[in-house]
Design a protein around this ligand. Structure first.
Ligand SMILES: [Zn+2]
Length: 85
């Protein structure tokens, strides 16, 4: 995994500052439209053109391939395990 700096912006769900993204694929920076998961609240996010993030829409969730969705759920569960109660 590799971490890329992104413009400072806030998670649309929890409001925490986001200024970097860690990719699943080595050496691949995030691109507009790529999926992400907030490290603080485990929300599913999508990168905008300027690499800020927005909430994924229900329609987009519906359009995900089965493997993509299960990968996101796996990441979310992993993050939730690490969120302090
Ligand atoms: Zn968040």
């Amino acid at each position: 995994m590799n971490t890329t700096r992104t413009p400072l912006n806030q998670c649309p769900n929890c409001g925490k500052d986001i200024d970097s993204a860690t990719g699943m694929d080595k050496g691949v920076p995030p691109n507009p439209g790529d999926l992400s998961v907030c490290l603080y609240c485990a929300s599913f996010l999508v990168f905008n053109d300027d690499l800020s993030v927005r909430m994924i829409t229900l329609e987009e969730v519906g359009d995900l391939a089965v493997e993509e969705r299960s990968q996101l759920v796996m990441i979310r569960d992993e993050i939730r395990r690490n969120i302090p109660a």
